[in-house]
Design a protein around this ligand. Structure first.
Ligand code: HEM
Length: 528
């Protein structure tokens, strides 16, 4: 889960009032040491950055960096000192010090607000959260269990195969039976489909998200996530998302009580074992699982949405991708059954892979956060204990000095092998984070997006409804827990069976997950 306090969803006046009180109480602002990173410029004292963050949201950090060009800045928010890291070199340096510049202590701090778990459970979760005292404790055990289950190999293959069968079935249901165009809301369809495919593959036959009320409640919780995280007057500002969270955790409680997890993926089993082994009860495990659903679902649906949208709206791209995808589709001798194999796609469709990676660069806004556990130096800058450190991926992804003059454009060819000399080193691609908190679900997510996009493109023609033009939706209201922007409004489209492919049946397969699409430097060495 990515966290940032950059996207303020509550009424600004209340936040400013409370934050100012926090400032007066702590006086942390007065203690800027000249050895610390330089203060970020602000025209309005004390609350200027809060206002900036509230107005410009995830673009605020890029705007600040364009002004200061400082590799790291101090952002004095009332009551909380923050350092903003702006360059890939310093991000690498942060990642090397993962015990001193640590993520788990922040996760622990937000557990109560995010999950609504009991005091006893929160105390258990806090034990050795940062691993300073060895490998024991819930935090260490769930981390190890999730990474083991999601690395390329037989456990991931099982999940992938279940997921792609669901995708194939959902596309069968979507495809119009006759030549009449069918109208759908593209993002809603993708979000519902990814919810079904992902949760069936993770939670097995007793998947709590089979209950539509639980699935709807999860997205209601996600919509109000910021108010839940901030936790100010939750009975007033977070009533709906908290009620929705309870619907989802009740679904999980029934699931765990019925033994559903014993028929689930290794990912779900490993998480459950880590929690039970550490004496957590079903009532709290259910609450923690709601937060986990954010990591496994929230980014894949928008990634698939922007990929499909940009593939169709970028001139000529759809036609080029169809040539690639068709060339690696197997057809039976009678021509009636076509099979798309995801492993074959990953080896033979360079433009599809490049376009997907470019979507992630172009549409990501996630911010990795760390807590400074003790006074330390990052390069020549002093970082003070207790401060929060943020690494906004968008600053790096939108830096012209790294990506060139077309940094703000969607360029589907940017990540082709032949363009390597025109782009910065792989560490500048931050959509999956990096270092210790590098997304362990990246292989699963990539297979899911490629499966849905390739099968959709191969089977269906799509155009904007009512003769409209493709128009990129804004994404101002993206949830703070997201890494990939979420469209503010859905896009209405009309779909028909692809011309020339009437009467064809389709299947999707996956040969094995050992052939990965390596997008991050860590994948160069980390294939086990
Ligand atoms: C396109 C889709 C996805 C994107 C862009 C994405 C991105 C990220 C990022 C940037 C982080 C690191 C956050 C940080 O450093 O603060 C992360 C963490 C994580 N992701 Fe993903 N993710 C995606 C899909 C998935 C999926 C499908 C799963 C699981 C099946 C998953 C599981 C996780 C987990 C468990 C973590 C926490 C890792 C930790 O704390 O060490 N992600 N993700």
């Amino acid at each position: 889960m990515s966290s940032t306090i950059g996207d303020l969803g509550l009424p600004l006046a209340i936040l400013i009032g409370i934050a100012t009180l926090g400032y007066l109480a702590s006086r942390k602002l007065s203690s800027h040491d000249p050895r610390e990173p330089p203060l970020a410029p602000s025209a309005i004292p004390i609350i200027g950055h809060l206002i900036g963050l509230s107005r410009s949201k995830f673009n605020y950090y890029s705007a600040l960096y364009h002004q200061s060009r400082s590799p790291i800045s101090t952002l004095p928010i009332p009551g909380q000192k923050m350092y903003i890291v702006n360059t890939p070199e310093l991000v690498q340096a942060v990642q090397k010090q993962h015990k001193i510049l640590a993520f788990p202590p922040i996760a622990v701090k937000f557990t109560k607000n995010v999950c609504g778990s009991s005091k006893e459970a929160n105390e258990i979760v806090a034990i050795n959260a940062n691993g300073d005292d060895g490998d024991h404790g819930v935090s260490m055990a769930t981390y190890a269990g999730m990474h083991a289950a999601l690395k390329p190999g037989p456990d991931l293959d099982d999940m992938n195969r279940d997921m792609i069968q669901e995708i194939a079935t959902l596309l069968d249901k979507l495809q119009p039976k006759d030549q009449k165009p069918r109208r759908i809301s593209l993002y809603s369809w993708l979000r519902a489909s990814i919810t079904t495919a992902t949760t069936r593959s993770v939670y097995g036959p007793l998947n709590p998200y089979e209950d539509q009320a639980v699935a709807d409640a999860f997205w209601e919780f996600e919509k109000g996530f910021m108010a839940v995280v901030i936790g100010i007057l939750p009975w007033l500002f977070a009533r709906r998302p908290i009620a929705a969270r309870k619907t989802v955790s009740d679904g999980f409680l029934a699931y765990f009580e019925a033994g559903g997890v014993h028929k689930a993926s290794v990912l779900a089993k490993n998480r459950y074992k880590a929690m039970v082994d550490n004496n957590l009860q079903h009532a709290d495990i259910s609450k923690f699982e709601v937060a986990e659903s954010i990591a496994i679902m929230v980014n894949t649906a928008p990634a698939a949405f922007w990929t499909l949208f940009l593939v169709h709206s970028h001139p000529g791209l759809l036609e080029e991708l169809r040539v690639e995808i068709d060339a690696c589709t197997r057809t039976t001798p009678d021509g009636k059954l076509k099979t798309i194999d995801i492993t074959t796609l990953k080896q033979n469709c360079p433009l599809l892979l490049s376009a997907y990676q470019e979507v992630l660069r172009h549409r990501s806004m996630g911010t990795s956060v760390r807590e400074v556990m003790q006074d330390t130096y990052l390069d020549k800058y002093l970082l003070k204990k207790g401060a929060m450190l943020q690494m906004p991926s968008r600053v790096i992804h939108q830096d012209a000095s790294l990506w060139g003059a077309d940094y703000a454009e969607f360029n589907p060819r940017r990540f082709l092998a032949e363009n390597k000399k025109n782009r910065p080193s792989d560490v500048c691609f931050r959509a999956f984070g990096g270092g210790k908190t590098l997304c362990p679900g990246r292989h699963f997510a990539t297979n899911e997006v490629l499966a849905v996009v390739a099968a959709f493109v191969a089977r269906l023609d799509m155009r904007p409804a009512d003769g409209a033009e493709w128009k990129l939706p804004t994404a101002e209201n993206t949830n703070v827990a997201a890494v990939i922007m979420e469209p503010d409004a859905d896009v209405q489209v009309e779909i028909t069976t692809r011309k020339g492919f009437e009467g064809v049946r389709w299947a999707v397969s996956l040969d094995g997950s050992d052939k990965i699409f390596a997008m991050v430097t860590e994948d160069g060495v980390e294939t086990e």
